[in-house]
Design a protein around this ligand. Structure first.
Ligand code: GLN
Length: 412
């Protein structure tokens, strides 16, 4: 390859030099979400791009982590997770989902739900398998499928037409996506980036397809406790027929505001868990041992903690959305998770990437271009995503800066 210059005379004989990169990585690009955080730092912008809280994690959890380090829980935990944490996960699955889980045989603790997802896909997919994904989708799912050799098949979520409406999908389009090659469906509810919370009726439809086509549901439920307006989270694993064909993925990051700790988990039937554990062990050996102990403490927080968490997030949502609307965005109100997708048609930009660049460089606010959540960039060209997991002061500063945006309709 011409992009590698000879550095040593002994290389001169090689006619066609290898380009050293796998075809796999050439099939996807870097994460735009993470790139936007770097852009925000470069331009001193308010970072409403990457979804991480800018407020402190609960004091009890931090103390539990400090105590674990001081007590010398500093060597590898059991590769599939510290016993205390697995017991706590199993207990809470019983409380929240009404599902009995065997902590010895059905839980794998990973380095974040991100690793739980890729380990699961690597554990279950063969080349030629297809994985159904709703789009817009959290950007990792595309590369995750490619890395596992599977082919993603996308089903559209359509934005609501009316104010306060929800994103919907076409039942026939979903049915068409399932066939004999379908190995799994990835479902993220509450959903990133749309804020959609799938209803029981929708989940039952997906369940029926999983049963008909012998398909596994891999559900990312990381925003399980961040719900608004009385919306209910229903876990796929709790639906009749899904107990042994669901991999439930969750983690500490969002529920306990510790995205940097990298503690997540996958809960699945024993046979699937054994496969996930093998992949996980060779990929990472294990998640950080002292932080797993702190995870056990976190999962023991009283129910009031979760009520408070959701209420604070509702306040943040209701803080940012009016500021976005006043600045000229058309917002799609989320029912869960901590993002808002917004339509940018009013600003007259060529596309979402040009708009996001303008916003971070000239206005001083970072968002994520909508196209990063779609297979075809044009489908997201009129949308951007804002994260509102931020303090009131951060949201105020963002609102102050967003007020400087000019719309097409502004004169002069
Ligand atoms: N889930 C968060 C988001 O969508 C953070 C993603 C990440 O960088 N791991 O922004």
């Amino acid at each position: 390859m011409s992009d590698r210059l000879p550095s040593h005379p002994a290389e001169a004989h090689i006619p066609h030099r290898k380009h050293f990169l796998s075809d796999r990585v050439e099939h996807f690009t870097e994460s735009v979400i993470r790139e936007m955080t770097r852009q925000a730092m470069l331009h001193g912008a308010v970072n409403l791009a990457q979804g991480f809280p800018d407020f402190p994690a609960p004091a009890e959890i931090k103390q539990a982590a400090q105590q674990a380090v001081a007590a010398d829980v500093n060597q590898y935990a059991i590769t599939w997770g510290a016993k205390n944490l697995r017991n706590a996960i199993a207990r809470q699955m019983g409380v929240w989902q009404g599902i009995e889980v065997d902590p010895e045989k059905e839980i794998t603790v990973c380095c974040g739900s991100t690793e739980a997802m890729i380990s699961t896909l690597l554990a279950v997919c063969n080349p030629g398998d297809e994985v159904v994904i709703f789009e817009p989708f959290y950007e990792n799912y595309g590369p995750d499928s490619v890395l596992s050799g599977a082919k993603p098949k996308f089903v559209k979520l359509r934005p609501p037409q009316e104010e306060n409406g929800t994103w919907t999908f076409d039942e026939k389009e979903l049915c068409r996506a399932f066939d004999k090659h379908t190995k799994a469906i990835i479902l993220n509810t509450p959903n990133n980036p749309t804020g959609k919370v799938f209803t029981r009726e929708e989940l039952e439809l997906i369940r029926d397809l999983c049963l008909e086509f012998d398909v596994l549901a891999i559900t990312d439920e990381i925003y399980e406790h961040i719900l608004y307006d009385g919306t209910e989270h229903i876990a796929m694993v709790s639906l009749a027929g899904m107990r042994d064909r669901t991999v439930t993925i969750n983690g500490m990051s969002k529920t306990y505001s510790v995205t940097g700790w990298r503690v997540g988990w996958a809960v699945a039937a024993e046979k699937i868990t054994n496969a996930i554990r093998k992949v996980h062990d060779f990929l990472t050996v294990g998640a950080p041992a002292p932080l797993q102990e702190a995870g056990a403490a976190a999962l023991s927080l009283p129910p009031a903690y979760y009520v408070h968490l959701a209420e604070r997030y509702r306040e943040r949502r209701d803080h940012l959305m009016p500021a976005l609307t006043a600045a000229g965005f058309r917002c799609f109100q989320p029912q869960g998770a901590y993002y808002v997708m917004a339509d940018i048609s009013a600003f007259g930009f060529d596309d979402d990437v040009a708009f996001a660049r303008h916003l971070v460089q000239k206005i001083g606010v970072a968002c994520v271009p909508g196209s990063s959540f779609y297979r075809h960039p044009r489908d997201g060209a009129k949308q951007v995503r804002f994260a509102f997991c931020k303090t009131p002061a951060t949201l105020d500063e963002a609102a102050r800066r967003l007020a400087k945006l000019r719309r097409l309709s502004d004169s002069g």
